[in-house]
Write a new protein. Structure first.
Length: 475
């Protein structure tokens, strides 16, 4: 099964539900740029009909006025997705919609990764199920369809008893919307209200965009059912003592203007920077960030260390996360396409460069060289999170371990590879302190310590799903 990063958004009870979802997906675009789609449900005199529109590309490429006009009804669901290699198939594009004899059309959108999807799929195939996608999200549909229970709520409960791993899920059916979160709460899901309508989204920044007010997070293990004017909820299983919200959401993935687990991402990143400065002070002339996610970390670092912060790297915002890399000869221009140094700020200076995280190290190597070429006297590289030593199986598309630089090399070796004068990561304790999680009761740190809360049943083929493609380190 492929690994995916995604954003989801649902609206119930608004005249222009699909239009609101469309706008919300813009705010969630950073969670997935490969494909997107919207499904809506509309009840006419006779029946409940569904409408859908999906395609490859950004929200602005795929969804236009006529698509929105065609997505009728006051109940709509949207999805943005980035899948890793091997998963780029139109049939994998969500939301999925399927027709059931008992409940009519059901739309479903998933953020996360199931850890036992392959096993469930193999079992269901033996029993006659035919899968039409390579997405782990399809197992939800089959499990719902096969449940012998009467109500959709009971079927959802059955389904949650079988799937393992990370899922924040929004489901629309029968004039209702369901917001569902796995019992560890790996991925985010928030509830909002706009006048009389209910909104559910991966991040609160999507609520802000449509002037919906933030109500609360969906709790880990909770199923929230929205009907017009009503909201009810239940827990499919006993609540866990410990929550495992992904610590990489506040570090990198979520937008700084979002709240995660009711805390401001911006403030959390800033705090990471402050603690990083306390832990790894070095004398220097300026601090600057690798934009964008490194910026709040650098602000915190600069303030704590009482050093001036500059915007010494300028980002071109018109370049997406993926772009065509035509030949090896000009491949190295890739980073320059996105980032360019303001040389006069850097020349002959001792600089502290801040990034949120180090993954493969391939971008960082190029950036370090670029800064050296711009005339920096000393380069001190600081990372707003601990070394990433383990892959994520819960919805962040990190590469396999052999391609995680910090899984292969120690800090001293990485410093040498990056040709930095010094290198320091935020410590694990420092991260926990920044997240106000000293007792490790709230966040998942598996990518830093290999402690996976949910067993990995499925042998995910990392070779086929490395988001960064094949490559070697420069050492
Ligand atoms: P690298 O230098 O190749 O290790 O890349 C590190 C950069 O990748 C950092 O600036 C991060 O902001 C960014 N990054 C971290 N995680 C991801 C991810 N899952 N997908 C894409 N970029 C990421």
């Amino acid at each position: 099964m492929l690994k995916e990063e995604c954003g989801i958004m649902g609206v119930l009870g608004a005249k222009e539900a699909s239009n609101l979802v469309y706008l919300g997906l813009y705010a969630l675009q950073h969670r997935g740029q490969e494909a997107c789609g919207i499904v809506s449900l509309n009840r006419d005199e006779k029946s409940l009909k569904y409408y859908d529109h999906k395609g490859f590309g950004l929200v602005s490429d795929v969804i236009n006025r006529s698509a929105i006009d065609s997505l009728k009804g006051d109940l709509a669901l949207g999805h943005v997705r980035y899948s890793t290699q091997g998963g780029k198939l139109l049939q994998n594009t969500q939301p999925f919609v399927f027709k059931t004899p008992a409940h009519g059309p059901i739309g479903i959108a998933h953020n996360g990764n199931l850890t036992n999807a392959n096993d469930i799929k193999a079992d269901l195939e033996k029993k006659g199920s035919i899968f039409t996608t390579t997405s782990d999200s399809e197992v939800f549909i089959h499990l719902l369809a096969r449940s012998q229970k009467q109500s959709l709520e009971e079927k959802i409960k059955d389904m949650m008893g079988i799937v393992r791993g990370a899922y924040s899920l929004v489901l629309i059916a029968e004039n209702k919307m369901y917001a569902i979160r796995d019992r560890h709460g790996f991925r985010p899901l928030v509830i909002g209200k706009k006048d009389e309508s209910w909104v559910v989204a991966s991040e609160s920044c999507a609520l802000d965009l449509i002037d919906a007010c933030f109500v609360r997070d969906v709790e880990p293990g909770e199923v929230v059912c929205f009907k017009r004017g009503e909201i009810s909820s239940f827990f499919a299983k006993k609540k866990l003592e410990k929550r495992s919200f992904c610590s990489f959401e506040p570090i990198y993935f979520s937008r700084p203007d979002s709240l995660v687990d009711n805390q401001s991402v911006y403030q959390l990143r800033r705090k990471m920077g402050e603690i990083l400065a306390q832990e790894s002070h070095v004398d220097a002339d300026i601090v600057f960030a690798i934009p964008d996610s490194g910026v709040p970390v650098a602000i915190g670092y600069a303030e704590q260390s009482k050093l001036p912060m500059e915007l010494a790297l300028v980002r071109n915002h018109y370049v997406g996360r993926t772009f065509i890399e035509p030949t090896q000869q000009i491949r190295d221009f890739g980073v320059k396409l996105k980032l360019n140094p303001v040389s006069h700020l850097i020349k002959d200076k001792r600089v502290i460069i801040i990034d949120d995280s180090l993954v493969r190290g391939t971008t960082s190597i190029k950036i370090m060289r670029m800064i050296r070429q711009a005339g920096a006297k000393e380069i001190h590289f600081r990372l707003g999170c601990p070394p990433i030593t383990h892959s994520c199986y819960y919805g962040v598309a990190t590469p396999k371990r052999k391609n995680l630089l910090a899984a292969q090399k120690n800090t001293h070796e990485i410093k040498r590879i990056l040709e930095a004068d010094s290198l320091a990561f935020l410590s694990q304790e420092g991260l926990q302190q920044a997240l106000s999680d000293v007792k490790k009761q709230s966040f998942c740190y598996a990518c830093f310590n290999g402690s996976y809360e949910e067993p990995i049943f499925t042998q995910i083929s990392k070779e086929a799903t490395d988001p960064y493609g094949p490559g070697v380190f420069a050492c």
